[in-house]
Ligand binder design. Structure first.
Ligand code: UD1
Ligand code: CA
Length: 460
């Protein structure tokens, strides 16, 4: 059978009661991404014609979200959440003219891998089956539907709450992934009832009915057991995230990245890190962050949506958000780099320096205690300790421009908008309020007065 003839149904209408949340369950993030997005990405391994998501509980939020990331997604509304069987049944009209295969996936199992789905659907085709359930063997099968076999022959799925004690010891479980020939699916669903512990229409009941009709039904098992983790509560959400982080770190390790004490680093799925970079303990590396090769990421940084080129040294305790740092630069410790900051090559930004929406060209140094906001700082500038760009007048933000090779003495205030010409020397303690032509010496100090014999010895 041609695997092209495949439609996917994702079940995501359930209320997710056990999450105790106002957010639809499948939108809860794992490693910074809604779990449904993680699942949907895995479907790329399959050659499907169409994809439907069954929505219900909080559906506006979910539809709005999915339309942005998966514009081809179609939606089916399950009006009342009466069980997984009822959810698939809601697709009936949409599938009237379809006679291929239908892959059904519960939306709450983001750890599944695309390669496993491919093996499963390939086996379904090769064995010419009518219904297949992807099963898994779990040490702790609690909460899952059990795969009941009679002399090895798959007969039915029994839910935890409906299972007899002897059935509860079965370790083969229903993963929540099914492949069914469309010509049978809706006919079988017409026959299921809700006479069970939860009073729900169970999709899983099509197994027993299909068997009784003589259809070819199998439970097939592929992939490691951690892929079948279903998320129903916050504890499982946290456990699933742990698995995803461990997978991500092990992939980066295989690509040549060193993690020291990796259990302490939290890293999101889209992060890229080049080889021979060393990540010290307790880092949070988030979003679309790219880190180059040979970098040294000291402990306790948060780096979010940022690009860090090769051979950069982040010394630790830094918060870096939506910024770019070019090669051979050094940042930290205790540096706050805020969005839209671009730091050039071979720069040095030191402790207690905050930079916002500014450009530092190559070789700029701001080693201590500064606020740099809305500033363009040209090559080779030295920003002395305690320099502040006064960019905000209470109403608007203003820009500061500093030309090449300027030396800014310590404790200088630059009252923006203001522009400093190349090669200028600003003396320590200057308040710059006017534009400065190139190659100037600038100071704005009041004259120092020394009064003799009025020091501490004269005070009682
Ligand atoms: C389900 C399976 C169980 C399996 C487990 C795997 C059934 C009856 N049981 O149990 O055998 O081991 O998944 O994780 O299917 N949904 C709807 N509409 C509804 C009810 C549910 O769309 O009316 C969706 C949910 O959003 C969810 C999926 O179906 O994505 C599964 O529902 P859930 O309540 O999580 O089922 P489990 O109890 O986990
Ligand atoms: Ca579930």
């Amino acid at each position: 059978m041609d695997s092209k003839n495949l439609i996917v149904i994702v079940l995501a209408a359930g209320e997710g009661k056990r999450m105790k949340s106002d957010i639809p369950k499948v939108m809860h993030p794992l490693c910074g991404k809604p779990m449904i997005n993680i699942l949907l990405q895995q479907l790329n391994t399959l050659n499907f014609d169409d994809i439907y998501t069954v929505v219900g509980h909080k559906r506006e939020i979910l539809i709005n979200h999915l339309k942005q990331t998966f514009p081809d997604m179609k939606f089916v509304h399950q009006i009342e959440q009466r069980g997984s069987g009822d959810a698939v049944m809601a697709c009936k009209d949409a599938f009237k003219k379809f006679d291929g295969n239908i892959l059904i996936i519960a939306g709450d199992m983001p750890l599944i891998k695309g390669e496993t789905l491919k093996e499963f659907t390939d086996a379904f085709n090769e064995q010419n089956l009518d219904i297949a359930v992807l099963s898994a063997f779990l040490d702790n099968p609690y909460g899952y539907g059990r795969v009941v076999r009679d002399g090895g022959d798959f007969t039915k799925i029994v839910e935890e709450r409906d299972a007899a004690d002897t059935q509860k010891s079965i370790k083969e479980v229903n993963s929540g992934i099914y492949c069914v020939r469309a010509e049978h699916l809706f006919r079988l669903l017409d026959k299921i009832d809700n006479f069970n512990a939860q009073g729900e229409f169970y999709l899983t009941d099509i197994i027993q009915i299909g068997k009784s009709e003589g259809l070819k039904v199998q439970a097939l098992s592929f992939g490691e057991s951690d892929q079948f983790f279903g998320i129903n509560n916050r504890e499982q959400l946290a456990s699933a995230e742990k698995i995803l982080v461990a997978r991500k770190i092990s992939k980066l390790q295989s690509e040549g990245v060193t993690f020291i004490n990796p259990d302490t680093t939290y890293i999101e799925l889209d992060v890229n890190i080049g080889k021979d970079t060393v990540v010290y303990p307790n880092n949070h590396i988030l979003g679309n962050t790219k880190i180059g090769q040979m970098c040294n990421i000291g402990g306790f940084n948060t780096i979010k949506d940022s690009t860090i080129s090769d051979n950069v040294f982040i010394k630790g305790y830094c918060y870096i958000d939506r910024a770019a740092i070019d090669r051979d630069s050094q940042v930290g410790p205790f540096t706050h780099i805020r969005p839209e900051t671009i730091i050039g090559e071979d720069c040095k930004v030191g402790n207690f320096v905050e930079i916002k929406k500014s450009v530092l060209k190559n070789g700029v140094k701001a080693s201590h205690l500064s606020y740099i906001g809305d500033a363009d700082i040209m090559e080779g500038v030295n920003v002395g300790a305690g320099t502040i760009t006064c960019n905000y007048d209470g109403f608007r933000k203003h820009k500061t421009f500093i030309g090449k090779n300027v030396f800014i003495g310590s404790d200088t205030q630059l009252v923006a908008p203001v522009s400093v010409g190349d090669d200028t020397l600003i003396a320590a303690g200057t308040t710059v309020t006017k534009d400065i032509p190139p190659n100037s010496l600038v100071h704005s100090r009041v004259k120092q007065v020394n009064l003799s014999n009025m020091g501490m010895k004269n005070r009682k």
